[in-house]
Design a protein around this ligand. Structure first.
Ligand SMILES: CC(C)(COP(=O)(O)OP(=O)(O)OC[C@H]1O[C@@H](n2cnc3c(N)ncnc32)[C@H](O)[C@@H]1OP(=O)(O)O)[C@@H](O)C(=O)NCCC(=O)NCCS
Length: 181
């Protein structure tokens, strides 16, 4: 992202466009959130046809990204609850006026258009209770009565990774039944 990008306070959500990420976006994605490996892994999944990787653009700059998996990964352990929204990140200075809402809606529309009857998302209800409430408000229902613990790989900006224990709660919705935002 360029230092001179238009501040979100001078823009509205209508100024944001959403498109699929491409390999040439990797430097901008790393400027947004450090490590290269997760971005490249998501682009590889996109190329394999198992996932989508969307970026949100404002005035030519990438200000947010979000993933979505609709098929099992080519490598690694199988994933439960597919199709699934994943890893939504908005640059701090572009948060709040609907940046992530637009990305979530875009991924829900993709699932709807693909004829999916269930779409899931996994949320940290301890760290991000607002994010959990956001999905509940859109009609998602929680699958577990209480949060559970899970090991997850976290990447530092220098590319080093470590497994950390996180809280999770899974939610599902029928994409055809989501009220338009
Ligand atoms: C969570 C996050 C994606 C929200 O982006 P945003 O552009 O501020 O979101 P929007 O303005 O589109 O608002 C959509 C919803 O996001 C949620 N939200 C907004 N800020 C949030 C925050 N700081 N923490 C948790 N949820 C937040 C709210 O539920 C909001 O809906 P509401 O306004 O009806 O309450 C953003 O704060 C972010 O990138 N955080 C770091 C990464 C992260 O935690 N991602 C989510 C887990 S994968």
């Amino acid at each position: 992202m360029h230092q001179g990008a238009t501040p979100m306070s001078d823009c509205s959500v209508q100024d944001l466009t959403i498109r699929d990420a491409v390999v040439a976006d990797v430097p901008a994605l790393c400027a947004l959130r450090g490590a290269r490996a997760p971005h490249e892994a998501k682009l590889a999944e996109t190329a394999a046809g198992t996932a989508r990787f969307l970026v949100e653009v404002l005035g030519g700059d990438i200000v947010a990204f979000a993933g979505g998996r609709h098929r099992q990964p080519v490598t690694g352990p199988p994933k439960p609850h597919l199709p699934k929204l994943s890893d939504c990140f908005v640059a701090p200075q572009y948060r709040s006026p609907g940046s992530s809402r637009a990305l979530v809606s875009a991924r829900e529309r993709i699932a709807h258009a693909a004829g999916c009857e269930l779409l899931s998302v996994s949320v940290d209800p301890i760290e991000s209770p607002r994010w959990l409430d956001f999905f509940r408000g859109r009609g998602y229902r929680t699958l577990q009565p209480a949060p559970y613990r899970k090991g997850e790989l976290r990447y530092a900006d220098d590319g080093k990774s470590e497994e950390v224990l996180v809280w999770r709660q899974d939610l599902v919705v029928n994409p055809r039944k989501i009220e338009p935002a």
